[in-house]
Design a protein around this ligand. Structure first.
Ligand code: PLP
Length: 399
C-alpha cells in the first residue's frame, strides 16, 4: 500500500518548498510592464534584496538559474586570460571553475576534498605565492550543496587580507542565502550570487548578483563582458526593461516580492535561527540513528555543516533504496547523491541529501524524521533507535 497521497513534500536542496502566499501572488493576469504596480514593485525590491544580502552595494537582477549566475559574475569581473583561484569543497566549486575555464580564464583550483571546509591558511599561502598579483578573483561557495559543507567566509576574507592580496572575493550563496547567516559587507565579500529557488522560496528562473563598488571598478573595461550579462545597466536602470535587458519576469517578480516580505517580516536573525534549529533536529536524529548500522554524516564537524542541506551516507547503496521508498510510500522526495561516484554506481547510491531550506517548520522536519524511521523499518536497514525522540527533545529545548 502507498501512503503517499496528499501534498507531496519535495525536500531537496532546491527548488525548495514554495509558500502558498508566493504561489497566490503569482496567480494573476499579465501585468502592465511600462507603468504602474509592477514597476514600483521592482524598484522597491532592490533595497530589500540588499538588506537580505547585508550590503549597501549594488545588485543586478537576471532571468536565469545558478549556472547563468556563474557566467554573469565572471563576465563582469575579469578578462580572458586572467587568473582566478577557485576554492573547491565538493561539486559546485568545480562547476564555477568549469564555466571560468570555458570563458577563457586561467583557472587555478585549491581543492579541499569532499569532507572539509576551505582551510584559510592554505588560501593565504596560495595568495602569498602570487607575488605579481596575477590572480584577479578568488571564488568560493558559501555552502556546497553536494557535500553540505559550510565555509567560513569571514575567515577567508581575513586570509586574503593577511596575504595583502587585491583580488576580488566572489562567493556563491545560492544554497545559503536566506538560510545561513551571511553578511556581505561585514564579511568583506565583493561579489555574491544567489538564485530564486532555494532560500528565497520562489520558483527557479531568477538570479541575482550583488557587487561592491570595488568589484565594479575592478571589472570596468574588462574584455569578457557581454551585452546580456553586463551588470552596469541592470544595477542602474531607468526603465523596467533595463533591469532585465528585455521583458521582465513578471510573475516571478510578484512571487519574489511576497517571499522577500516573508523573510523580512520574520526577521533575518529569526530566519537564520529557525534554519539552525531545524538542522540541529535532523542532526540529533542522525546522531541517534548512527549508533547502529552505517548511517553517517558526510561532514563530521557540526560547526562546518550547512543549515540548509545535510548530506548523509548509508552504505550498501541504501541511500537510493531509502529515497525511492520514501517517494513511493510516504510522499516525500529527498535529494540525490551529487559528486560521489557515477550516477547508478553503488558509491553514488550510498549517499542522499535532505534539503531543509526556506519555507520549512518543525512539523515538516519531524514528519520526514518519522518517515525515514518508517523506511528503515520497512527496508530492514540497521540503525540506532531513538532518532525522533532525540529530534523532539532538541526542538523542545529550543522553543
Ligand atoms: C543549486 C546551486 C547551483 C546551481 O544552480 P542552478 O539553478 O541549478 O543552475 C550553484 N551553486 C550552488 C551552491 C547551488 O546550491
Amino acid at each position: 500500500m502507498s501512503l503517499a497521497n496528499g501534498r507531496h513534500y519535495l525536500a531537496i536542496p532546491g527548488p525548495s518548498v514554495i509558500p502558498d502566499p508566493v504561489l497566490q501572488a503569482m496567480h494573476r493576469p499579465a501585468p502592465n510592464i511600462y507603468t504602474g504596480e509592477l514597476v514600483d514593485l521592482t524598484h522597491a525590491l532592490i533595497p530589500d534584496l540588499k538588506t537580505i544580502a547585508g550590503t549597501s552595494g549594488h545588485v543586478a537582477l537576471y532571468i536565469t538559474n545558478g549556472h547563468g549566475l556563474w557566467e554573469a559574475s565572471l563576465t563582469n569581473m575579469i578578462s580572458r586570460g586572467d587568473k582566478v583561484l577557485v576554492c573547491v569543497t565538493g561539486n559546485f566549486g568545480h562547476g564555477w571553475a568549469d564555466v571560468a575555464n570555458r570563458l577563457g580564464a586561467n583557472v587555478e583550483i585549491l581543492d579541499f576534498g569532499k569532507q572539509s571546509p576551505v582551510d584559510p591558511d592554505r588560501l593565504e599561502a596560495a595568495l602569498k605565492a602570487d607575488q605579481s598579483h596575477e590572480i584577479k578573483a578568488v571564488l568560493s561557495v558559501h555552502v556546497d550543496t553536494a557535500t553540505s559543507v559550510r565555509n567560513d567566509i569571514a575567515a577567508m576574507r581575513k586570509a586574503i587580507d593577511a596575504a595583502g592580496h587585491p583580488a576580488v572575493f566572489a562567493v556563491d550563496c545560492i544554497a545559503s542565502l536566506g538560510c545561513d547567516r551571511f553578511e556581505m559587507d561585514k564579511w568583506g565579500v565583493d561579489v555574491m550570487i544567489a538564485a530564486s529557488q532555494k532560500g528565497l522560496m520562489t520558483p527557479p528562473g531568477m538570479g541575482f548578483v550583488w557587487f561592491s563598488e570595488k568589484a565594479r571598478q575592478a571589472g570596468q573595461g574588462n574584455d569578457m563582458r557581454t551585452p546580456y550579462w553586463d551588470w552596469e545597466t541592470r544595477a542602474n536602470p531607468v526603465h523596467l526593461y533595463e533591469y532585465f535587458d528585455g521583458t521582465p519576469p513578471t510573475h516571478h517578480l510578484y512571487g519574489l516580492r511576497q517571499a522577500v516580505s516573508m523573510i523580512l517580516d520574520e526577521g533575518l536573525e529569526n530566519v537564520w535561527a529557525r534554519h539552525e534549529t531545524l538542522a540541529r533536529a535532523y542532526w540529533a536524529a542522525v546522531d541517534a540513528w548512527g549508533q547502529g548500522g552505517k548511517l553517517s554524516f558526510n561532514i563530521a564537524d557540526p560547526a562546518h555543516r550547512s543549515h540548509a542541506v545535510t548530506t548523509l551516507s548509508l552504505g550498501e547503496g541504501d541511500g537510493t533504496r531509502l529515497r525511492n521508498w520514501l517517494t513511493e510510500h510516504m510522499g516525500i522526495t529527498l535529494g540525490i547523491s551529487l559528486g560521489f561516484g557515477a550516477i547508478g554506481s553503488v558509491e553514488a547510491d550510498n549517499y542522499f541529501r535532505i534539503g531543509h531550506m526556506g519555507h520549512i517548520n518543525a512539523h515538516m522536519v519531524l514528519g520526514i524524521i518519522g518517515a525515514v524511521e518508517t523506511a528503515f523499518a520497512a527496508l530492514d536497514i540497521p540503525h540506532g533507535e531513538g532518532g525522533s525522540v532525540a529530534a523532539a527533545k532538541l526542538l523542545a529545548s529550543r522553543v
